[in-house]
Design a protein around this ligand. Structure first.
Ligand code: GDP
Ligand code: MG
Length: 236
């Protein structure tokens, strides 16, 4: 059994469509999956839409958090709930269609002989759609920077389309994970590697958000730069 965690903040235009797209994939592939929406009290009413979906569908549940605190803490709450409900595999996905639900079966195949599967834009066969050179260089350069300082063989460290085997989340001390955005993605993967878990990257095409606004701020981006050094010299 697997669970998909969807953190949301102002995703009114996307949430119901994205959930429907996931369910289509589950149905067409004969998969039994659950969905946990983690909403940070979105001013646009995404939380109420999520409650409406949960009312019609027993496989979807909602965690309401009082205010916007970044995807890191939202994911940690989602992970705890997924573990508690007995999920074997736990996914991270964005709700804005950047992460294509059609890849979910590829992750489930890959996790059979890995502990953490990363959807990667920067391995052979992976790519980003509609990004200019500048954005591509910042993203790929950021991954390269983190990879070199941390000394780990991962090509895409900042992506947020991932699947964890439950044992990984049980082994990591989730209480001590404090980073929020890209830093959170780097930190979770690095800690998993440090604990000796097997990581596998599979190629994905990352699409740009069509509806709604990105919440990624410069602050969240800049958080990652010193964090990498902190992780490099940390013990956990
Ligand atoms: N619960 C919660 N979700 C968030 C927060 N920030 C972003 N998200 C969600 O995380 C996913 C990725 O965020 P997005 O703004 O698309 O980041 P980007 O793809 O890097 O531009 C989306 O589903 C957002 O709604 C937050 O503070 N809390
Ligand atoms: Mg996005």
């Amino acid at each position: 059994m697997f669970t998909i965690i969807l953190p949301t903040y102002n995703e009114r235009e996307n949430l119901a469509r994205f959930v429907a797209a996931l369910k289509d994939v589950f149905k067409s592939k004969g998969l039994v999956g659950r969905i946990i929406v983690v909403d940070d009290n979105s001013p646009d009413g995404t939380g109420r839409i999520a409650d409406g979906l949960a009312g019609q569908d027993g496989s979807l549940s909602v965690i309401h958090r009082p205010r916007k605190q970044g995807i890191g803490p939202a994911y940690v709450d989602g992970f705890r709930a997924a573990l508690q409900s007995g999920a074997s595999y736990i996914f991270e996905m964005d709700c804005d269609f950047s992460h294509n639900p059609a890849y979910v079966p590829d992750f489930l195949e890959a996790i059979k002989d890995a502990d953490l599967v990363l959807g990667s834009r920067y391995v052979s066969g992976g790519r980003v759609e509609n990004w200019g050179l500048g954005r591509r260089m910042i993203s790929q350069g950021g991954s390269l920077y983190a990879r070199m300082i941390l000394g780990i063989p991962v090509n895409d460290l900042t992506g947020g389309f991932k699947c964890f085997r439950r044992e990984v989340l049980e082994a990591l001390d989730l209480n001590s994970v404090s980073s929020q955005g890209y830093g959170f993605q780097i930190e979770m993967t690095y800690r998993a590697i440090r604990q000796g878990f097997r990581i596998k990257e599979i190629p994905i095409t990352f699409a740009d958000r069509q509806l709604g606004q990105s919440k990624m701020s410069k602050r969240i981006f800049l958080e990652a730069a010193p964090l990498v050094w902190k992780l490099r010299f940390s013990r956990s």
